[in-house]
Design a binder for this molecule. Structure first.
Ligand code: CO8
Length: 374
């Protein structure tokens, strides 16, 4: 067997952008409205007032400055505070499939492939707008791909776990050329009315073509040297969206936990050592010295978290080129974040240079993919 390579990647970036300033203004107006509505309960001590959000806090705590979204008007309307989409008929392309197809077309073009070259489509994402039919099968149909397709979800590590799946399938012969797609519609899933997390997420779609090096002819190829996926159960990032809810007593009354919930501080503390140790062990297992590592394409959740992981891995502060961040522009886009970073900051590597795509998030789940530029 020859090598498994990533021969093309693509990013679909939604046009609409919300700056921290716009986001905080909407949140604070929402807080005013709520505090006015419940003024009596607040005065009697029955209810706490909603405190203001702050731009300074957001940048300092996360490094996020903007986020791209599929619908801005609903999110920044203090009377609504979530994205508004037209309901599509079952015969129309779904929103996630649309985002995925847009990213896939860019990746296919970069790889110099078309639909007939692909024999497997994986849609790997944190949130699925429906249970079935799989979004992947819809993407497969929209692109005109033969073969098979399936969805998979391991939250923020969906894309790296998807890369491992694709590489293993190519090695085993069950697929020749895989299209792995990550439409992340986080704006529909985050609670924009919760000050603790309203600033964290944005939307984006990413895609990658993974194939045997013998069929790859694009100018920019990265060999997948090794992959390592690790999971460890935690409730610190959790979402209780599910069809059994209807069956629970009062299951449909308080719906807050159907959106994203986390204990951010605890996640930070648990995940930093888990990720840096995994990267170091994985490099060691593959006889790669840290000094030979040219780039870290890390999951984009928090700038300080990435700085800490980079420092632990390299044993010094990484420079911006070694550990690029796209967080300031895109916010956390779940599994797509490290793929956006790879797409935007990989063309300049020279043949033989080594980099790592590493994701981490709910589960907990950590996925590490060691790449070599060919
Ligand atoms: N404005 C002003 N003040 C605020 C705000 C705000 N917006 N939010 C919180 N505060 C206040 C708090 O109330 C608190 O006040 P006090 O000290 O009086 O109690 C103070 O600021 C500090 O709050 P925190 O302790 O919460 O702040 P942190 O410094 O911990 O920063 C972060 C919060 C940024 C969330 C940080 O903890 C973090 O980034 N942690 C890592 C989280 C992480 O990596 N999570 C991964 C999630 S992604 C994932 O797994 C994918 C899930 C599936 C996708 C979901 C799609 C939507």
């Amino acid at each position: 067997m020859s090598k498994v390579v990533i021969s093309g990647s693509g990013v679909f970036t939604p046009k609409e952008v919300i700056s921290n300033q716009e986001l905080v203004k909407a949140f604070n107006e929402y807080a005013d409205l709520q505090n006015k509505k419940f003024a009596k309960e607040i005065a009697s001590g029955e209810r706490e007032p909603i405190p203001y959000s702050s731009e300074e806090f957001i940048v300092k705590a996360s490094g996020i400055e903007n986020r791209h979204v599929m619908n801005k008007s609903g999110i920044i309307d203090p009377e609504i505070m979530y994205p508004i989409f037209n309901k599509r008929s079952d015969d129309e392309l779904s929103l996630m499939a649309e985002m995925g197809v847009k990213a896939a077309k860019i990746a296919l073009e970069k790889a110099g492939k078309d639909a007939k070259d692909i024999d497997c489509v994986i849609v790997a994402a944190s949130n699925f707008e429906r249970a079935y039919p799989a979004i992947a099968v819809e993407v497969q149909k929209a692109l005109g791909v033969k073969g098979f397709a399936f969805d998979m979800n391991i939250a923020c590590s969906s894309a790296t776990f998807g890369l491992q799946m694709a590489a293993d399938m190519i090695k085993s012969g069950s697929a020749k050329t895989v299209l792995m797609v990550n439409p992340e519609i986080c704006s529909g899933h985050v609670e924009w009315r919760d000050r603790d997390c309203h600033f964290i997420f944005g939307d984006v779609g990413t895609a990658m073509v993974i194939e045997d090096s013998e069929t790859a002819d694009s100018s920019n190829q990265f060999e997948i040297i090794a992959t390592k996926c690790v999971t460890e159960f935690s409730n610190n990032i959790r979402n209780n969206l599910g069809f059994l809810r209807r069956s629970y007593p009062n299951g449909m009354e308080d719906l807050r936990d159907m959106q994203f919930m986390q204990n951010g501080r605890k996640v930070f503390k648990d995940v930093v050592p888990m990720v840096s140790n995994l990267i170091l062990e994985h490099l060691n297992d593959n006889n790669i010295k840290v000094s030979n590592l040219s780039r870290l394409w890390l999951h984009q959740a928090n700038k300080s978290m990435n700085d800490m992981i980079g420092r632990k891995v390299l044993g010094r502060v990484p420079n911006e080129k070694e550990q690029p961040n796209i967080l300031q522009e895109y916010a956390n886009t779940s599994s797509a974040g490290s793929i956006v970073t790879f797409s935007q900051y990989s063309d300049d590597l020279e043949a033989g240079e080594i980099g790592i795509i590493c994701s981490f998030g709910a589960g907990y789940s950590v996925g590490n993919v060691i790449l070599k530029k060919l």
